[in-house]
Design a protein around this ligand. Structure first.
Ligand SMILES: [Zn+2]
Length: 257
């Protein structure tokens, strides 16, 4: 195979690899955003648990004031009882006192409920804090993993890009332009192997005389697929691939090298 085609194949492998790494790099921001969102539910749960504690506290204040209020009324009625002159007024005041005591009892029950609810709400806050801490730890670990992966991918991409630049520098500019034009049109694949006398990318058969030229070509000539316009190359199948009985022969060959 001619040397320029060999370099183009290497260039294409590098470029395809770079494109794949770039897709990975492009996906990182979304991955990081997803990680941020992963602890959002725990954060919201904690905020609403805290809000409930505040609400209960406010409710408790109100019930405490109610209790004070009813106690004050009861004391006032009891004072008045001592000063009443008629039985009717006495009975009416007793009625007021019973009513106020019933209200006081209800307010005390509500306060107790609030206090029990408040304790539960405080426990819920603690639980929500623990859940958030856990979610944040998990998110931090995931973030670190993604960032390490990102650094690795970026490093690899820089190396690939340097190698790609080196290949480009070794090739004539017009061939490089030609390669890029075809690659742009064909999803980054400008150079195609010939397999079974057909273009491996578009599967269209190669004319016999072109096949013959490809087989012989050690020169600088470049052949294109007539259908997809990709640059063609042909590698003769090694004997071992066609004949099963080759392992000893190839081992011997390796040994001789
Ligand atoms: Zn083709």
């Amino acid at each position: 195979m001619n040397e320029r085609i060999q370099k183009l194949i290497e260039l294409q492998e590098l470029d395809l690899h770079i494109a794949q790494l770039r897709r990975q790099v492009d996906a990182f921001p979304q991955q990081l955003a997803e990680i941020e969102r992963s602890s959002e539910a725990a954060r919201t749960a904690l905020a609403s648990a805290k809000q409930r504690v505040l609400d209960l506290h406010k409710g408790r204040k109100k019930h405490e004031l109610d209790i004070e209020d009813w106690r004050g009324k009861i004391l006032k009625y009891k004072d008045q009882v001592l000063q009443v002159k008629s039985n009717d007024a006495y009975r009416a005041l007793q009625e007021e006192i019973r009513g106020a005591e019933a209200e006081l009892g209800k307010a005390e029950d509500r306060l107790l409920e609030q206090m029990v609810g408040g304790e539960q709400a405080e426990k819920d806050v603690k639980r929500a804090e623990a859940a958030l801490a856990e979610a944040e730890t998990a998110a931090r670990l995931r973030r670190e993993r993604v960032q390490a992966e990102r650094e690795q991918v970026e490093k690899e991409m820089a190396e690939m890009q340097a190698a790609s630049q080196a290949r480009l520098a070794e090739l004539p500019q017009d061939l490089v332009d030609h390669y890029h034009r075809i690659a742009r049109r064909h999803g980054g694949i400008a150079v195609a192997a010939v397999r079974d006398e057909a273009c491996s990318m578009c599967s269209v058969r190669i004319r016999p005389h072109v096949m013959q030229l490809l087989r012989q070509s050690e020169g600088q000539e470049i052949f294109h697929c007539e259908t997809c316009t990709r640059i063609l190359y042909f590698v003769e199948k090694p004997a071992a691939a066609t004949a099963e009985a080759a392992p000893e022969a190839s081992a011997a060959e390796t040994g001789n090298q």
